[in-house]
Write a protein that binds this ligand. Structure first.
Ligand code: ATP
Length: 323
């Protein structure tokens, strides 16, 4: 029996996490779910006590734009030092997009960059924000990306930066990645400037394999790449630290469709499959991925964002029947 923390989140979060929980439970893998709201997960020991849960499945949590509190998502990642944000982007057969056969993985550094939240009004009419890049954090994310590439038979790591302008900060990230790459001579290593990368990705995405980048560029590239495979409804992710992990969809709380029961739960269901992989339940994870593909490609049970009319519940039930 595993113990997993479930954070439903807000907006479409409760609808899609419920779908993922039902699918995971239907694999027969025994999980005791501790359901917490996000602020409880920040405060309580349930999630970080060593003998208890070291894994969470989390729905999106709205961060107000402009004013208000710091992002709870960012606080959770930094409190538990979840330094890897792993975002696989894979074409889904049956979802029509201009590209087929995309299979890439984004390794986004998850603890620093401008997400440290150091911003101030220098004087009226002049705001400043600080971007922090350390050799320590750059090295551990670069090593994770190369280790992943080596373990999964990937051919290339592409580091994305803007070191032509940010010579010290992005320069340090780039230089560190280059140094780490020396230990992996069998894996091709290249670097590319972020603006060029955006253009390359929307014209020749098949050129890329493992993408290694800093926090902000990784955030933006993830949404761009989700668009390449049919939208945010399909992009799962994992936030991984030394011995803890939080799994969540790339998408936000989608307030425009919240409460309507029409959200696409694929991203969080696939995040749940990544969670099962992490727990060592590879077979369960694979069954979930196959059931999702059969539902979409084989049976054409499609939610509105996929061009269909199925509600979240109908889609979820189809996935469960296909397990
Ligand atoms: P955040 O800043 O919190 O990451 P965001 O600005 O990326 O949020 P989302 O909340 O992810 O925005 O939504 C962007 C658009 O994608 C919205 O129109 C939303 O309805 C749609 N969308 C996001 N997730 C889903 C989903 N699971 N199913 C269907 N549509 C979705």
């Amino acid at each position: 029996m595993y113990r997993v923390t479930l954070i439903p989140g807000d907006g479409i979060g409760p609808e899609v996490t419920e779908a993922a929980k039902r699918v995971i439970d239907s694999t027969g893998i025994q999980i005791h779910w501790d359901i917490l709201d996000a602020s409880e997960a920040l405060l309580k020991e349930t999630f970080n006590s060593p003998e208890r849960n070291r894994v969470a499945l989390k729905g999106p949590i709205t961060t107000p734009v402009g004013k208000g509190f710091r992002s709870i998502n960012v606080m959770l990642r930094s409190k538990y030092d979840l330094y890897i944000n792993l975002r696989p982007i894979i074409s889904i057969p049956g979802i029509k997009t201009p590209f087929d056969g995309i299979d890439l993985v984004i390794f986004r550094e998850n603890t620093e960059d401008i997400y440290c939240g150091i911003e101030y009004m220098k004087e009226p009419g002049k705001a400043e924000a600080i971007k922090t890049i350390t050799e320590y954090a750059s090295e551990r994310i670069a090593r994770s990306a190369f280790e992943y590439a080596a373990k999964h038979g990937r051919r290339k790591v592409t580091v994305v930066h803007k070191a032509n302008i940010l010579k010290m900060s992005d320069g340090l990230f780039l230089e560190t990645a280059g140094r780490v790459s020396k230990a992996y001579p069998m894996i091709e290593f290249e670097d590319i400037i972020i603006d060029n990368m955006c253009m390359q990705l929307v014209t020749k995405p098949e050129r890329y394999d493992v993408i290694l980048t800093m926090n902000l560029y990784g955030d933006i590239l993830s949404d761009l790449c989700a668009g390449l495979v049919g939208g945010l409804g399909f992009a799962p992710s994992a936030n991984i630290g030394k011995d803890m992990a939080i799994f969540e969809a790339v998408h936000g709380s989608a307030p425009d469709i919240a409460g309507k029961g029409i959200a696409n739960p694929t991203a969080i269901i696939l995040s749940g499959a990544m969670m099962l992989d992490y727990l060592g339940e590879k077979q369960g994870a694979e069954r979930i991925r196959k059931a999702v593909l059969k539902t979409i490609e084989g049976q054409r049970v499609l939610t509105a964002d996929m061009g269909g009319t199925a509600a979240t519940k109908e889609f979820t039930e189809a996935v469960i029947n296909n397990l």
